[in-house]
Design a protein around this ligand. Structure first.
Ligand SMILES: [Zn+2]
Length: 67
């Protein structure tokens, strides 16, 4: 099952238009676009995760250095 890169909703394949369309927000894209959009969404999430981890590490270091 494919999920919408925009909202995380369920994407259904429409044979007539050869497009995947989101049942939640109505986004429609072909399989290539869907793949690229998913990749983008994933790398965005990774970036956020890394930034968050770095902040946690920094905070832990900062707190420990105060003692
Ligand atoms: Zn959607």
């Amino acid at each position: 099952m494919r999920t919408c890169p925009e909202c995380g909703g369920v994407m259904v394949y429409e044979r007539s238009s050869k497009l995947y369309s989101c049942t939640s927000c109505g986004t429609a894209m072909n399989s290539q676009e869907l793949l690229e959009a998913s990749e983008r969404a994933r790398s965005e999430r990774d970036k956020v995760e890394r930034a968050k981890r770095w902040k946690d590490d920094y905070l832990a270091w900062w707190l420990s250095s105060k003692e």
